[in-house]
Design a protein around this ligand. Structure first.
Ligand SMILES: Cc1cc2nc3c(=O)[nH]c(=O)nc-3n(C[C@H](O)[C@H](O)[C@H](O)COP(=O)(O)OP(=O)(O)OC[C@H]3O[C@@H](n4cnc5c(N)ncnc54)[C@H](O)[C@@H]3O)c2cc1C
Length: 125
């Protein structure tokens, strides 16, 4: 579920007051498990021994990505590859690499991003 749904819990979440957030998180997990159980895996809920639930607030907390967006900007066709945010910036000697920049998110994407960024830095040296 999108960040918007969890935003109302954010202030309390970062103050460590998580009871309402946890309740909603458990509720959402229950909804998802119930759906999967009905459509795909009968008996799923009884088979679960350990359950970990993460939300965009979890992502925000652990990765500091804006709105918990672990993949950066929406990876649409028009916003991928060379169309994504550039490594060079209008500020001299400030370069950007990573999931929010060219070519995009994921381990493979960010490895390439760092390599490409390094290439630009060396060209401008
Ligand atoms: C739960 C989860 C599952 C994922 N699963 C997959 C997957 O299966 N496959 C896949 O390809 N991708 C996956 N991803 C996405 C992938 O991890 C990211 O796209 C990628 O790690 C982003 O790399 P990055 O270098 O842009 O940012 P990060 O990996 O977040 O690196 C940023 C670094 O900057 C450091 N930092 C932050 N602030 C400062 C500061 N002020 N000073 C100094 N250092 C700072 C951080 O500590 C961190 O080391 C997953 C991500 C998450 C969160």
């Amino acid at each position: 579920m999108k960040y918007d749904h969890w935003e109302k819990y954010q202030a309390d979440y970062f103050k460590g007051e998580k009871s309402a957030y946890r309740k909603e998180k458990e509720r959402m997990a229950g909804v998802l498990i119930e759906r999967v159980e009905k459509k795909l895996l009968p008996g799923l809920s009884k088979a679960i021994e350990v359950q970990e639930i993460a939300t965009p607030l979890t992502n925000l907390r652990y990765t500091s990505n804006y709105r918990g967006a672990i993949y950066g900007w929406n990876q649409t066709v028009n916003n991928s590859g060379q169309n994504r945010l550039a490594h060079s910036t209008p500020i001299k000697n400030l370069y950007l690499a990573g999931a929010w920049t060219k070519p995009g998110h994921g381990y493979g994407g960010v490895l390439w991003s760092g390599l490409e960024c390094f290439g630009e830095i060396m060209q401008n040296w």
